[in-house]
Ligand binder design. Structure first.
Ligand SMILES: [Zn+2]
Length: 685
């Protein structure tokens, strides 16, 4: 079919769209030839019958590379115009590359077919409404996508095999630099090196990225950052948490070459995403590939610490501040079994609040029994005692250590700040030199250089002022305030702690100032590990908590005393004696007859009755026949004298010593005197 025959008057009425596309800026600059070819298409359109004014050039996409139309405005405009039926023909060089993926391309073909729009490329003229042409165009699109894929795969393959050998040159973080032969070395700038060393030391000391940032800010230290990509220029900035985290997470500082630390992909909208992968999934890791600021082990330890910090912040520790209530370890107690923070629960017992530490995350979330529960009362007391005991010597020791450490740290910080001044001085000197060397008649250059020199001088003054200010504040901190604070704490602490007027909340606050956490574990006994803020560790071991039965158990010394007193006293008397001596029952009550009785029976102590019987004392029933009287009358003879008895109960019950012969005679004699015929009817008496 003659190509010209595809063009109808209908087509010629509409405009001709010339789509020009170059992906990268370099192509735009260098590949002028293809631009020429694209403009040659314009001549084809003219020869097919379109007029010069009808040709619309779309070249918005110049300098943009994108495999999806969402990012390419020009292509979208083209699709819109075609859809509106404004286009009679669409022209492009290698027309299938109008779109970068098949979906876009088929979409365009579909619209072209619907609106009877022709397509023209260097190979020929197509009508997408015809099956043959459409098939050809579709094939062209598939081919070009395949080509793109192969190209990409080859590129990526090359990159990967280079990366596997550690030869792929990747941008280095600040503090490391490429030598001329591509070897990685420390940044030759001493200030950069020492700042990074200090950064890692500080993190090692304070244990969190945020605290490191605070320390740097407090000491007025700046952190190096690379300026614009590729310029290699170092800019000094305030350290931020993001910078600190980047630095800590970068394995290059541990001398390790890494590739594939994150995954990148595009979503349906063509938006780019990236996700950092966990360490185990990194593609290539070459340890010891170049010098580093820390060892691989240190890097792993830092990583683990950061992850732990993150967990604590994200999942727990939402209750750091001291609240009311006597639980001393609130916000400090950590479960020794699973490592979670423990919560506090209060119980009301005998009119007092008794705290209990509870690891109950599982039991809340998964409806399981709590992991651990540890009663608080005695534990809190023991911890308090330990604090009072340890704080005095500990505080002094810590104070001395801290002072020495601060001193060295201040000196280091001072050195770094001085280097900053030196650098500014050097830059000012250089600017001055440049100004001096220039021909004064060359006003334009001289002015610029003079301005530059002034700028550098201003910067120098500013840096010097900052340096002075920081040094002064650092010196003042060390001498007066800090020492006084530490010493005051050591002397005032026990007094304050033991003062009953000190509220629980304050006591808790003090504990939190001194302790970073307390790990609790309950085995045979309760083990509490106290971790002091200074890093010192102390361990407390407590007897296991008593059961309810044990709590109510009477002290053994009371039982022994009851046993001893039973030889001489009745149970009622014993209760009175115990109360008189100030002894109380386990539940804090006064003793009474019943309690003594119950205790005696519970502990199987011999009754007073049995004790007296064992001593040879006799009952009234036994005595009666001996003195020739009925049982009921024995009492009378005790009351009136001759018989000797010992009371054994509260009911005036007596046991009797065996009467001597003299006593028996006396009784007989008295009876006959008063009642001469009594022997005939002994029951009367
Ligand atoms: Zn637990």
């Amino acid at each position: 079919m003659n190509p010209e025959s595809k063009v109808s008057a209908e087509h010629l009425k509409r405009a001709a769209y010339l789509y020009i596309r170059q992906s990268t800026l370099r192509q735009v600059l260098e590949n002028t030839e293809s631009t020429q070819r694209q403009y040659a298409l314009r001549r084809r359109a003219l020869s097919l019958g379109w007029s010069e004014e009808q040709i619309i050039v779309i070249d918005n996409d110049l300098g943009q590379s994108a495999a999806s139309k969402q990012e390419r405005e020009g292509f979208q405009r083209l699709v819109a115009e075609v859809g509106l039926g404004k286009a009679g023909i669409v022209m492009g060089l290698e027309v299938s590359r109008l779109a970068r993926n098949c979906a876009d391309w088929h979409h365009l073909l579909e619209i072209c077919a619907l609106t009877h729009t022709l397509i023209l490329d260097e190979d020929g003229l197509y009508d997408p409404g015809h099956f043959n042409d459409r098939l050809l165009l579709g094939l062209k699109g598939t081919m070009s996508e395949a080509e793109l894929h192969v190209l990409k795969a080859r590129l990526l393959g090359g990159v990967l095999s280079k990366a596997e050998r550690g030869e792929l040159k990747l941008p280095l973080p600040v503090g490391l630099a490429y030598e001329h032969d591509q070897k990685v070395m420390f940044d030759p700038d001493q200030q950069v090196q020492s700042t990074l060393r200090r950064f890692f030391d500080t993190f090692h000391r304070v244990g969190s990225a945020w605290a490191t940032v605070q320390a740097f800010r407090k000491e007025g230290l700046k952190f190096p950052k690379r300026g614009q990509a590729g310029s290699g220029e170092i800019v000094w900035q305030e350290l931020t948490e993001a910078m600190a985290l980047d630095t800590l997470h970068n394995p290059r500082y541990a001398g390790t070459y890494c590739f594939g630390r994150s995954r990148h992909w595009k979503d349906a909208q063509g938006k780019r995403h990236s996700k950092d992968l966990p360490l185990e999934q990194w593609r290539y890791v070459l340890k010891g590939a170049h010098p580093g600021y820390l060892t691989w082990e240190q890097f792993l330890a830092n990583d683990a610490l950061l992850r732990k910090n993150h967990q604590v912040v994200a999942g727990q520790r939402s209750y750091g501040t001291a609240r009311e209530g006597p639980a001393l370890l609130q916000g400090l107690a950590v479960c020794g079994r699973c490592g979670r923070m423990m919560t506090v629960r209060y119980h009301y017992r005998q009119g007092r609040l008794r705290p209990e530490y509870l690891c109950q995350k599982d039991c809340v979330e998964a409806a399981q029994a709590p992991c651990q529960r540890i009663p608080g009362g005695e534990l809190d007391e023991a911890v308090g005692k330990l604090l009072v005991e340890t704080v005095t010597p500990l505080a002094l020791e810590v104070a001395l250590n801290v002072q020495a450490e601060i001193q060295t740290r201040l000196e280091q910080a001072d050195l770094l700040r001085r280097q900053h001044v030196q650098r500014a001085q050097y830059e000012a000197d250089q600017a001055k030199l440049r100004f001096m060397r220039v021909d004064p008649n060359n006003r334009l250059v001289a002015d610029t250089l003079e301005r530059d020199w002034n700028e550098k001088l201003r910067h120098l003054t500013q840096v010097k002022e900052e340096y002075e200010k920081q040094s002064q504040s650092a010196a003042a901190q060390l001498t007066g305030e800090q020492k006084a604070k530490v010493i005051a704490l050591a002397t005032d602490f026990p007094k304050l702690w033991n003062d009953p007027k000190t509220p629980d909340r304050e006591r808790k606050r003090m504990a939190q100032l001194l302790l970073s956490d307390v790990t609790l574990r309950r085995d045979q006994e309760i083990i509490a590990q106290l971790c002091f803020r200074g890093g010192a560790l102390r361990e407390l071991r407590l007897a296991p908590p008593k059961t309810a039965w044990e709590l109510k158990k009477t002290k053994p010394e009371i039982i022994a005393e009851i046993d001893r007193l039973s030889d001489q006293h009745t149970e009622g008397e014993i209760a009175a004696i115990l109360n008189e001596r100030g002894w109380r029952s386990s539940s804090g009550n006064l003793f009474n007859l019943r309690m003594v009785q119950t205790l005696r029976r519970a502990y199987h102590l011999q009754s007073r009755f049995a004790r007296l019987q064992a001593q040879g004392l006799l009952t009234a029933r036994q005595i009666g026949p001996m003195i020739g009287a009925v049982t009921g009358h024995v009492k009378y003879w005790r009351q009136t004298g001759p018989l000797k008895g010992v009371r054994f109960s509260e009911k005036n019950e007596y046991l009797y010593h065996k009467p001597t012969e003299a006593e028996v005679r006396e009784i007989r004699c008295r009876r006959e005197k008063h009642y001469p015929n009594a022997h005939l009817a002994p029951s009367l008496l």
